[in-house]
Design a protein around this ligand. Sequence first.
Ligand SMILES: [Zn+2]
Ligand SMILES: [Zn+2]
Length: 249
Amino acid sequence: MSTILTALIAAAVVTTMANTCTTVYLHRGLSHRALTVHPVVAWVFRLVLWLTTGIKPKEWVAVHRKHHAFTDHEGDPHSPILTSWQHVQIKNVAMYRAALSDPELISKYAKDLPDDNWDRAFFGHNKTGLLIGIGILVVVFGPITGLLAAFIHANAYLAGNAAVNAMGHHFGRRPYDNGATNLQWLAFCTMGEGLHNNHHAAPSSPRLSHKRSQIDPGWWVIRTLSILKLASLRFDDIRLTPSAKASVS
Ligand SMILES: [Zn+2]
Ligand SMILES: [Zn+2]
């Protein structure tokens, strides 16, 4: 198999793992408490996030909860309504870092996620995790293919997550009357996150697909964990927020 094809397949696997951990654990689990996973599953999610994203969960959660608190209004860390979708798409990482520069952000929005011994020893050292993750790819696939796979994964993961914040508040359908949008193609790329209009209407629901025609791969993972008794769901069905209403357009 050619170097590029091997790197593309390896990157697709790594990005899918990272996106699964992001939507199931960081987003639906930690940020919104839509589900609670077994401690061993949580540890695996944390390990994969540490190796593949360099994200500290309490930081991601704090920035994301602030996004829900100020959605598309002054204070939203990454609103395309306040800037432009292109700005958020390109500057998403810089906007994330800018939000984290607020010394009170974590205490305000993620005080329920204090560091534990695993964070202090391993998961809180995000650059170390990324280096180990890249090192694993290099050992398994060799230096050129491994580094190429890491490069492709980094770009795919960052672009997909930026697209949820940028395009997911600009292009697409708005079945509910909120600023976010549904983009099924983006949901395929991000394990369901592209159904962002549905999510803003029902943030505490573990399932992002609200109709049979909508596909949420992250929900398949959650259902599997639930059937295996490795996850408990806050609500079995879609639970809209009191303010959520169908769009008239
Ligand atoms: Zn949003
Ligand atoms: Zn959310």
